[in-house]
Design a binder for this molecule. Structure first.
Ligand code: NDP
Length: 285
C-alpha cells in the first residue's frame, strides 16, 4: 500500500462502519482540523458487512492516497485481523484485539486502538485520579478489552471485571495475566451481581443501556458513594446506570468525552497535531 502520510499538505480520512449515517466522527475531526489549521476531508464510508468488502474498501482508500481510517462497529475485529496479517499493530490494539485507527506507515498498514486511552484521558480531564484506586468495569466485550491496558498503565490499585457471561470476564483476566504476569495481583472478575463491596471508580462498558434495561445491582453495594466516580461509556441516551450512582451520591459522566479524546488521539497520529480539548469545549454544541 502507498504511504501518503508524510507528504500530505491536506489529509483525507474516512470512518468505516455499518450502519454509519449516525457517526459523529466527521463533525468531530473537522472541529480538530479547524483548531489546528489542518486541511481535512473526512467522510463516512458505509461498507457491506463482510470481510472481502471491508478489505476492498481499505485497500482502495489507501491506494487512492487516503491518510487514515477510523473503524467502527462491526469492523474493529476485522481491521485487527487484516493488520495482523499484513502490517503492524500497536500494543494497545494487540491487547484489545481490535483496531479503531488505521494508517499506512513505511508502506505497511498500521493499526492502533485509541478507545481505552480516550477513556483514561477523559477520566483524567474530569479530575479523576486513577493511580492507587480500586476500579470496577462492567462488561467484557470490545470496549472493556480496549480499556484494560490503559487503566492498568494508569497504575490503578485493582481492576475488577464483572460480566453477565462470567466465562468471558475470566478469559479476559487470563489473557491479561499471560500478557503481563504482574497483572495477576491487580485483576479479578465476577458476575454483575457480585461486585466488590468497595471501589472508587466504576465504569459501565456493557451495551445494556442501548436497550434501556437496568443493570442487576445489589442495592446495598456500599453505604456511601459520595467520593466515588461512575462513568458510562454510552452517551446520548438516558443511563439507568448513571441514575443509580447519582442517587447514591457519586459524581457521574457519560462517554461523550471518551469519544472526543479517542478521536483526538487518532487525529494526532495522522496529522502530528495536538488538539487542545480544553479550548475546543464540546465540538457538537
Ligand atoms: P460488545 O458487544 O463487545 O460487548 C457488550 C457487553 O455488554 C458484553 O460484556 C455483554 O455481556 C454486555 N451486555 C449486553 N447486553 C447485556 C444485558 N442485557 N445485561 C448485561 N450485560 C449485557 O460492545 P462494546 O464493548 O463494543 O460496547 C459496550 C458499550 O460501550 C456500548 O454502549 C458502546 O456504545 C460503548 N462504547 C463507547 C465508546 C465511546 O467512545 N464512548 C467507545 C466504544 C464503546 P455478555 O458478554 O454476557 O454478552
Amino acid at each position: 500500500m502507498q504511504n501518503t502520510q508524510s507528504s500530505c499538505a491536506s489529509y483525507h480520512c474516512i470512518v468505516i462502519g455499518n450502519p454509519i449515517a449516525h457517526s459523529k466522527s466527521p463533525e468531530l475531526h473537522q472541529a480538530f482540523a479547524r483548531q489546528t489549521g489542518v486541511k481535512l476531508s473526512y467522510q463516512r464510508q458505509l461498507c457491506p458487512n463482510d470481510k472481502d468488502s471491508f478489505i476492498a474498501v481499505v485497500e482502495s482508500f489507501f491506494n487512492g492516497g487516503g491518510t487514515g481510517c477510523n473503524i467502527t462497529v462491526p469492523f474493529k475485529e476485522m481491521a485487527f485481523d487484516l493488520v495482523k496479517a499484513r502490517g503492524a499493530l500497536s500494543e494497545f490494539a494487540q491487547v484489545a484485539g481490535a483496531v479503531n485507527t488505521l494508517a499506512v506507515k513505511n508502506g505497511k498498514l498500521y493499526g492502533d486502538n485509541t478507545d481505552g486511552r480516550g477513556l483514561v484521558a477523559d477520566l483524567v480531564a474530569k479530575g479523576v485520579t486513577l493511580q492507587g484506586k480500586n476500579v470496577v468495569i462492567l462488561g467484557a466485550g470490545g470496549a472493556t478489552r480496549g480499556a484494560i491496558l490503559p487503566l492498568l498503565n494508569a497504575n490503578v490499585n485493582s481492576l475488577h471485571i464483572a460480566n453477565r457471561t462470567i466465562k468471558k470476564a475470566e478469559n479476559l483476566v487470563k489473557l491479561m495475566q499471560n500478557f503481563n504476569p504482574e497483572f495477576a495481583r491487580k485483576l479479578s472478575y465476577s458476575s454483575l451481581e457480585n461486585l466488590p463491596k468497595n471501589f472508587e471508580v466504576i465504569i459501565n462498558a456493557t451495551s445494556i443501556g442501548l436497550s434501556g434495561e437496568a443493570l442487576p445491582f445489589a442495592d446495598d453495594l456500599t453505604p456511601d458513594f459520595g467520593s466515588s466516580f461512575a462513568y458510562d461509556m454510552m452517551y446520548g441516551k438516558p443511563s439507568a446506570f448513571l441514575d443509580f450512582f447519582r442517587q447514591k451520591g457519586a459524581t457521574t459522566a457519560d462517554g461523550l468525552g471518551m469519544l472526543i479524546h479517542q478521536g483526538a488521539l487518532s487525529f494526532g497520529f495522522w496529522t502530528g497535531k495536538k488538539v487542545d480539548l480544553v479550548k475546543l469545549g464540546n465540538p457538537f454544541d
